[in-house]
Design a protein around this ligand. Structure first.
Ligand code: LMR
Ligand code: SF4
Length: 513
């Protein structure tokens, strides 16, 4: 095989997957737009999302800053050298990282050190199969961490919150799947897609679940029972009212694909792989001699380009109801904010995620954070020729991971606002009330939209934690987010969790007998 050409083909696949959503996914996002109620925070988020998809297309930049754990599934004709393929993929990944198409995302699990080039023990994940066909089939999924953290595995029989006993039958499986959507709330950047694996053991069950994410969103399951289950879930999951970003609304689930394999008598697992709206998976067929791409997968049918997104961006940014915040923010100003307010931030904000929160809990801050805004974000950054940092992608990360630290850190340093996504828990809510703070929910995955709001990178601290985890000093303009937790004890996240749990109970009665 012409391995240079093959490497180029793999580079194209990686870049395309990271920057351009496949056609079937775009159509699903469009359907979500059609059902979300106009004028709500959920509809505004979807407008930002579609605007972001278009920006990523135009700039050939990552749709979301979390470019995931690159996972390749490859089928080769007998006789093709798989070692050569592996090497070419690794080279393509390194190049895509250098070019800012992937975030350096490979971290030593024990030391926390970021390898900087997306390589490392077991990473990228490459799985091979052989087949009798005469071409190479390469599929790639870039699944981010926030949605990966919402995967869930059930061992039947079990008791399920809101749904009661789930037995070892199709109806028990139905309950697991409905619950899996509920428990994700907005934290995996809903509206999402789920792949479900029935059977296997703990690891092969999850593999099977992820395998389902390689099916086209619009295919029909050839297994009659599973087809019924998929249709049932698609019809009913949106009734949970979780909505885009968990803001409450109509679009909660955009796809459900279920697969089955055998199990051993004592085990009965239902494994669910949750994928955010930024469902980045593509595939190519490659000629095993020339190494060139013959065909792209998932690219049949209508292409939705979301060009109307621009107008939506302007509406959100120019609306009279938007409250402007500029740091340093006073306690009084923060206490005047309430859940549901849309704010627009101008001025400085500082990124901080897992490593920074742990660090700040037992060190002094490198800068004065009094009255300042912390942004839960791990951006994609590149240095330009002049040696200046440029922001390539910068959406929010899941905030709940900082729950053990957040309240204490806000009080310790006088921080007035934190921005992230998916909401935080009771400890933070209590601290917001006591100290006079606010939680702002940005639109998860809208990494291009937010990168565009960042007008300058004015500094960086704690680079020893690696690019995604460092503390970046960002000057922003028109950075839009929604108040979802205020200083009066209100949390939209707690409310939506409670109401969706109540709605889940309506699915308690058996459906598949
Ligand atoms: O790591 C990130 O930037 C985000 C992550 O995918 C998340 O959803 O929390
Ligand atoms: S931030 Fe949201 S859209 Fe991006 S990878 Fe995480 S879950 Fe997906």
């Amino acid at each position: 095989m012409n391995i240079t050409k093959f490497q180029e083909s793999m580079y194209k696949l990686v870049v395309e997957t990271s920057t351009k959503l496949p056609k079937d996914v775009r159509r699903a996002v469009k359907r979500a737009k059609e059902i979300e109620n106009a004028g709500t925070s959920a509809a505004m988020s979807l407008a930002t999302i579609t605007n972001n998809i278009k920006m990523a297309d135009d700039q050939v930049s990552p749709i979301c800053q979390d470019t995931g754990l690159p996972t390749f599934k490859i089928k080769t004709p007998v006789g093709v050298n798989q070692l050569e393929i592996k090497e070419a993929i690794r080279n393509a990944i390194v190049l895509a990282t250098k070019e800012g198409k992937l975030r350096p995302n490979s971290v030593d699990s024990l030391t926390g050190e970021n390898s900087g080039d997306n390589l490392g023990a077991g990473v990228p994940v490459i799985k091979f199969d052989q087949w009798e066909k005469d071409y190479i089939d390469v599929r790639l999924i870039l699944k981010g961490g926030g949605c990966e953290n919402k995967n869930i595995q059930y061992s039947l029989p079990c008791e399920i919150d809101g749904l009661g006993r789930a037995g070892r039958d199709l109806d028990g499986i139905r309950k697991c799947v409905m619950h899996s959507v509920y428990q994700a709330q907005g934290q995996g950047c809903s509206a999402g897609f789920i792949g479900v694996g029935i059977g296997g053991d703990r690891s092969s069950g999850y593999d099977l679940a992820k395998e389902q994410l390689f099916r086209s969103v619009e295919d029909v399951n050839p297994n009659e029972d599973l087809r019924k289950l998929e249709e049932y879930v698609m019809e009913n999951a949106n009734k949970l009212g979780i909505g885009t970003m968990g803001f409450g609304g109509e679009a909660t689930l955009l796809g459900c694909k279920v697969g089955v394999m055998n199990r051993i008598p004592a085990s009965f697992y239902v494994s669910v792989a949750y994928n955010c709206w930024a469902f980045r998976r593509l595939g190519v067929s490659v000629d095993p001699i020339s190494g060139e791409i013959n065909e792209w997968m998932y690219q049949d049918g209508e292409f939705i380009d979301f060009a109307e997104g621009e107008a939506a961006k302007e509406t959100a940014a120019t609306s009279e109801d938007v409250i402007t915040l500029q740091a340093p923010i006073s306690e009084e100003q923060i206490r005047s904010l309430k859940v549901g307010d849309v704010v627009q931030i101008n001025g400085m904000m500082y990124t901080g995620r897992d490593a920074i929160h742990k660090y700040l809990s037992d060190h002094e801050a490198p800068i004065d954070l009094n009255g300042q805004v912390i942004y839960h974000c791990g951006p994609v950054m590149l240095k330009d020729e002049a040696g200046e940092w440029q922001v390539k992608a910068a959406g929010p990360t899941t905030s709940i991971r900082e729950e053990p630290y957040q309240g204490d850190i806000m009080k310790k340093f006088g921080i007035r606002a934190v921005i992230g996504k998916g909401g935080m828990g009771p400890k933070t809510l209590a601290a917001l009330e006591e100290h006079g703070g606010v939680y702002l929910n940005a639109i998860g995955g809208a990494a291009q939209y937010y990168a565009d709001c960042i007008k300058a990178v004015e500094g960086v601290d704690l680079m020893q934690f690696g690019i995604p985890e460092a503390m970046w000093h960002l000057r922003v303009e028109g950075f839009t987010a929604v108040v979802t937790m205020d200083s009066h004890g209100n949390s939209l996240h707690a409310d939506v969790d409670k109401s969706s749990l109540e709605k889940l109970t309506q699915f308690k009665e058996p459906v598949f007998k």
